[in-house]
Design a protein around this ligand. Structure first.
Ligand code: PGA
Length: 248
């Protein structure tokens, strides 16, 4: 049984003080909820959020990580640094990292492998651009991202994975995929996982939809069979909006 999982992605928003204020308000709203929730925040906020969410069941995630153990990689953060803080999740391969910071399917693969050595659950992002959708390449693109990103990942590891389907044209644009479009791709991803890992393992994988999810469209999206949750950018910045999505 997959428990619905809604994760916020704050991107480059919120100072420590702003994170602490959010956490206080959100923890109070979240009480008694059985939908899983997490906030993926800037590195500087992670410790503040771990402390503020202690005992609430709310998870904390990073938005990126390096795949090396340690080394001369100015500006980077290692998996063990995140583990020391007790981080629960880490986004890997977000389209903004692919677009602006040279993330590739190969680096996604290295990061997944490194994360799977420890307890942090990766949230792997896949999704096509508008040009790729219009050219009818959407399924090939996503299948390629899955195959390359998951190369060498075992069945046991993939069962812990979260995949976020985020069509690039729907991110931060206010243009949400229709529930049918989102469901179609999430079902395609599930079928690809069955192909690669078999039915039992594929059945454990949480598949989220992301891209302009907001309180007004969350219910429709979340009611689709193959959509197990959401990765929420803009609407996760306000505790009340984020909670309204969790309460879909
Ligand atoms: P958005 O971002 O909800 O603001 O469209 C989603 C994401 O990038 O994860």
């Amino acid at each position: 049984m997959r428990v619905p999982f809604i994760a916020g992605n704050w991107k480059m928003f919120k100072t420590k003080a702003e994170a602490a204020a959010f956490a206080k308000e959100f923890a109070a709203l979240y009480q008694g909820t059985d939908v899983k929730a997490a906030i993926c925040a800037p590195f500087t906020d992670l410790e503040v959020l771990k402390e503020a969410f202690a005992g609430t069941g709310i998870g904390v995630g990073a938005q990126n990580v390096h795949f090396a153990d340690e080394g001369a990689y100015t500006g980077e953060i290692s998996v063990s640094m995140l583990e020391e803080i007790g981080v629960d999740y880490c986004i890997v391969g977000h389209s903004e990292r692919r677009q602006y910071f040279a993330e590739t399917d190969e680096t996604v693969n290295l990061k997944l492998k490194k994360l799977f050595e420890g307890p942090i659950v990766p949230i792997m992002c896949v999704g096509e651009s508008l040009e790729q959708r219009d050219a009818g390449e959407l399924f090939d693109v996503v299948r390629g991202q899955l195959e390359k990103g998951l190369e060498g990942i075992s069945e046991e590891q993939v069962r812990r994975l979260v995949i976020a389907y985020e069509p690039i044209w729907a991110i931060g644009t206010g243009r949400t995929a229709t529930p049918e479009q989102a469901e179609e791709m999430c079902a395609f991803i599930r079928a690809a996982l069955i192909d690669l890992y078999g039915e039992e393992a594929a059945d454990d994988v949480i598949i989220q939809y992301g891209g302009s999810v907001k309180p007004a469209n969350a219910t429709e999206l979340m009611n689709q069979d193959e959509i197990d949750g959401a990765l929420v950018g803009g609407a996760s910045l306000k505790a009340a909006d984020f909670m309204a999505i969790i309460d879909f």
